[in-house]
Design a protein around this ligand. Structure first.
Ligand code: ATR
Length: 270
C-alpha cells in the first residue's frame, strides 16, 4: 500500500485524510494517508525521512508551503509562479516534484461547482500572504475587468502587484482606500478566519449580486462568511469546495486518476 500524508502545524483538524480516503475508495487505489503535525524547524528532515522510508507523496499546509517550495528538486510552472508548494511527489528517479494545486482548486470550485464567471468581473482579494499569492495567477487568467488586492501592510500588496502586473489589471490597496469601490467577488485570503477575526472591511463594498468566498473553512460559518451574508451576498461560502478540489488535483498528480468530487463535497458538508 503506497503511503501519503499531509503535514502542517497544527494539523489535528485537517479534513484531508477523510477526503483522500474517500478518493481511494471511489477509484479503487490502494493508499494510506495520515495527518502528521510537523514544526517548521523539522519539516525538511521529516520530509526526507518520509520519502526515504517508502512514502510516495505529501501535502503541505500552513505554515509549511514556502518550505515545501524550497524542498522540491523541481517545480511545476504553477508552483513556480505561486512561490509555494502544497503537493510533493516522489518521482521514479528519486527526485521530489513540487506542485501547487490551490489555484486550480479555487477556480474549479468557483467556476465549475458554483457556476461563476470571472470575465469582466470586479474582483477584490483580501490579504497578500502565501495564500493570496497562490490564487492570483489563475484569477487573473480568468480576465476580470480588474483585481484589487487589499492588505493591512500595503507594501506587501504592492510587491504582489509588481509580481503579477503582466497578467492583468491588478491594483494594490489599503483597506481604507477601498471606500467607494464596489466588487462582484470578494475573496478572503487573509489568515483572519483561523483566529475568528475579520479584516477591517467597510460596508458597501459588495455589488448587489456579489459573491463572498473565504479560502478558509470551518464547521461553523467563518466571520468573513457571516460578513458576506450581512452585506447581502447572493452567495457567501467558505473554502471547503476548494479544499476538496485541490485534493483531487493532488490525488491525480500522484495516482494518475481524477476523482469525482461532488458526492464527497456534499458528504463532508453534511
Ligand atoms: P498565509 O500563508 O495563510 O497567506 P501569511 O503569509 O502569514 O499566511 O499571510 C497572512 C495574511 O493575513 C497577510 O496578508 C496578513 O496581513 P499583513 O501582511 O498585513 O500581516 C493578513 N492578516 C492576518 N491577520 C489580519 C488581520 N487581523 N486583519 C487583516 N489582515 C490580517
Amino acid at each position: 500500500m503506497d503511503r501519503y500524508a499531509v503535514l502542517g502545524f497544527p494539523i489535528s483538524h485537517s479534513m484531508s485524510p477523510a477526503i483522500h480516503q474517500r478518493f481511494a475508495e471511489q477509484t479503487g487505489e490502494k493508499i494510506s494517508y495520515e495527518a502528521i503535525e510537523v514544526h517548521p524547524d523539522v519539516f525538511a528532515n521529516l520530509a526526507d525521512y518520509f520519502f526515504k522510508t517508502g512514502g510516495k507523496g505529501l501535502n503541505c499546509t500552513v505554515p509549511l508551503k514556502e518550505l515545501a517550495f524550497q524542498k522540491a528538486d523541481a517545480l511545476t510552472e504553477r508552483a513556480t509562479i505561486s512561490g509555494a508548494v502544497n503537493t510533493l511527489k516522489l518521482m521514479q528517479d528519486g527526485s521530489i516534484l513540487g506542485d501547487n494545486t490551490d489555484g486550480v482548486g479555487l477556480i474549479t470550485d468557483l467556476c465549475g461547482n458554483l457556476g461563476l464567471t470571472l470575465k469582466g468581473k470586479r474582483v477584490l482579494v483580501l490579504g497578500a500572504g502565501g495564500a493570496a499569492r497562490g490564487i492570483l495567477e489563475p484569477l487573473l487568467r480568468g480576465e476580470p475587468s480588474n483585481l484589487w488586492l487589499a492588505n493591512r501592510t500595503v507594501p506587501k500588496a504592492r510587491a504582489m502587484e509588481t509580481l503579477f502586473s503582466s497578467l492583468g489589471d491588478i491594483h494594490a490597496s489599503s483597506y481604507e482606500a477601498l471606500m467607494g469601490e464596489e466588487f462582484d467577488l470578494i475573496i478572503n485570503a487573509t489568515s483572519t478566519s483561523l483566529t475568528g477575526d475579520l479584516p477591517p472591511l467597510a460596508s458597501g463594498l459588495l455589488s448587489s449580486k456579489g459573491v463572498c468566498y473565504d479560502l478558509a473553512y470551518s464547521k461553523e460559518p467563518t466571520a468573513f462568511v457571516l460578513w458576506g451574508e450581512k452585506q447581502g451576498a447572493v452567495l457567501s461560502t467558505d473554502g471547503l469546495g476548494m479544499l476538496v478540489e485541490q485534493a483531487a488535483h493532488a490525488f491525480n498528480l500522484w495516482r494518475g486518476v481524477m476523482p469525482e468530487t461532488s458526492a464527497i463535497r456534499g458528504g463532508l458538508r453534511a
